[in-house]
Design a binder for this molecule. Structure first.
Ligand code: WTA
Length: 572
């Protein structure tokens, strides 16, 4: 695919103006920003923190944190010291070595950020876990990756099935009144005395950094492995797409348990030497507007579900706060309705910029970047350096305005490099060894803008969170009353989709509302609140293929009152 050449000026990577006379952008040039250009070695934690702590940005605030009355601020200099101390605590109180896996399972707090970056200083791979995960979800991720250590809190530690995880050797607890016993280490106690100097492990750019587990339509969640080199794209897109400048206050609302919360909730802004705000706790209309005013947020990155919830709350709450600091707003995770863009124009006097990418792409790929005029309903164009096309099921490139599979040319810097423990799965994403096929369907118009059409598979996007139906079905089947279960995403005006389960019961169970609630709670307690079906419908039996696979396609057709399509493989 063809896209126009874009301006790249050494030291100034902002894409404000479109000047076609400037040489085409290349990732190789962008790499010159980092230390491997000189030494051949790199560490993302050094580039995101220490590099700035040693520059004119030393006393600039890197992180503002707010949760209720807890309000803190850390400069780059202080971040360097805190992440060094964390690295020393991790090294001195575990057997962790380069390449080992450590998970972080806690709500957003400054300690989460110190320890996550500290882990990377050791060259250890970090697996971030969303705090809502329950035992089953945690077991799947820690056992698949043979994690050696976890950082968590006294409130969450009981969800870790230690007896079933033979590789797990150390649990770092962050909280009050911790008793060190067996594998338990009191993180804060050792932080007090830890040295604030630490020599980062120098890594190769292909060395792994983060392991984000994410859902597909079949099988357990898969571990998507990212590498050091992702930083090149994270920084470039922070410049071009987030348009982050030195004077900005940037707020990404995502939790580091999801890829947005690491790529743009930590690394993009810090690689750029920016100032970021982290707001703890759950979504609240008043709390969010208050945070924008209190910190003077200028660049704001959130998700369509959040914007729709704010839109639904109306003008009332908005009037209590001055939101005029906002100058650039972005969205990710689900289709951004044109109606929401129009609301944004009214409410904030700003266009909301849609960005499209995935855990697997590791950074933004198709976006309404910089100066690009927005076509509402389109997620924008490939960012410079990314080549995107629409292919048919055989991998042939389709002309404009034809719907097909959205695919990206292999080899961009932030691309996942492995599916943990599953090389066949990894290879299956690439057609002709050249194009990464995303699982989304889309078309491209004659101007090169991409329009999202839906998922090709059964993956559910609910409130911007990606849920695999198989994981939910497996959990449902563990309930004693359930004999068959099929799970689909049902369109929802606010959440994008909600999870709906069709369930057949064992003989002797009555299909009551109480049982529905019990089953819902069962999934919530076993997996996570966001994975629990909001709707359950009992059926005598579910449509299956002759090999016994539940046909979700037919369930969806039932739900939407659509023709069920080809039923030739259905069991009769
Ligand atoms: C969906 C989130 C429409 C898409 C960063 C993709 C979107 C999946 C958009 C990845 C968008 C993401 N418009 N759909 N702008 N952005 N998606 O891995 O289906 O949690 O495949 O990464 O979210 O979800 P993931």
């Amino acid at each position: 695919m063809e896209f126009k050449t874009l301006p790249v000026v050494q030291g100034d990577y902002q894409l404000r103006d479109y000047d076609e006379t400037v040489a085409a952008f290349s990732w190789a040039d962008a790499e010159k920003q980092f230390s491997w250009h000189e030494s051949g070695k790199v560490n993302i934690a050094h580039e995101a923190v220490d590099r700035h702590a040693e520059s004119y940005r030393k006393n600039k605030v890197a992180l503002y944190y707010k949760d209720g009355n807890r309000k803190e601020a850390y400069t780059y200099y202080q971040m360097k010291r805190m992440t060094n101390k964390s690295a020393n605590v991790l090294r001195n109180h575990s057997t962790l070595e380069r390449g080992d896996r450590l998970f972080i399972f806690m709500p957003r707090s400054p300690e989460l950020y110190f320890s996550l970056i500290g882990t990377l200083k050791l060259g250890v791979i970090v697996g971030p876990l969303f705090e809502a995960f329950m035992e089953g979800a945690i077991f799947d991720r820690l056992s698949d990756s043979e994690a050696k250590a976890i950082i968590t809190t006294p409130e969450l530690v009981d969800r870790i099935p230690v007896d079933k995880l033979p590789h797990l050797k150390t649990i770092f607890l962050i909280g009050e009144n911790i008793v060190e016993d067996g594998m338990i280490v009191d993180f804060n106690k050792h932080m007090k005395n830890a040295s604030h100097s630490f020599q980062v492990e120098w890594m190769d750019k292909e060395d792994p950094t983060l392991l984000h587990y994410t859902s597909g339509s079949t099988g357990k969640p898969k571990g998507v492995l990212h590498v050091q080199e992702a930083m090149v794209q994270q920084l470039q897109t922070t410049r071009w797409v987030l348009d982050l400048n030195d004077e900005d206050i940037f707020w990404c609302t995502a939790d580091p348990g999801w890829v947005t919360g690491t790529a743009y909730g930590i690394f993009g802004p810090m690689l750029a030497g920016g100032t970021m705000l982290v707001v703890g706790g759950r979504f609240s209309t008043e709390g969010w507007y208050e945070a924008i005013e209190e910190y003077g947020v200028t660049v704001w990155y959130s998700a369509p579900t959040a914007f729709r919830m704010l839109m639904g709350a109306g003008e009332g709450p908005m009037k209590n706060n001055d939101l005029s600091s906002l100058r650039h707003i972005l969205s990710v995770g689900e289709p951004l309705n044109p109606e929401v863009i129009r609301w944004g124009m009214d409410a904030f006097k700003q266009r909301i910029h849609d960005t499209w990418w995935m855990t697997e792409t590791g950074a933004q790929t198709i976006c309404n970047f910089g100066c690009l005029p927005i076509k509402p309903g389109s997620m924008g164009k490939p960012v410079p350096g990314i080549e995107a096309v629409i292919v048919d099921d055989q991998g042939n490139i389709l002309p404009p305005n034809q719907m097909g599979n959205l695919a990206i040319k292999k080899g961009w810097p932030a691309m996942m490099r492995q599916i943990w423990n599953n090389p066949e799965k990894y290879d299956s994403y690439f057609v002709n060894g050249e194009w990464y096929v995303s699982g989304d369907s889309a078309y491209m118009d004659e101007d090169g803008y991409f329009f999202f059409q839906g998922r090709v598979d059964d993956v559910i996007m609910t409130s911007g969170e990606r849920v695999g139906p198989f994981e939910v079905e497996s959990k449902l089947l563990e309930h004693p009353a359930v004999v068959e279960a099929g799970v689909i995403g049902k369109p929802d005006p606010v959440r994008g989709e909600i999870i709906k389960a069709f369930v057949a019961l064992h003989e002797g169970y009555e299909p009551t509302d109480e049982l529905k609630e019990e089953i819902r709670q069962f999934v919530k307690k076993g997996l996570a609140a966001h994975s629990a079906p909001r709707e359950i419908e009992f059926k005598d039996s579910l449509p299956k293929t002759r090999s016994g696979k539940i046909m979700r396609r037919v369930l969806k057709a039932w739900e939407l009152d659509l023709p069920a399509g080809d039923l030739s493989t259905m069991e009769v």
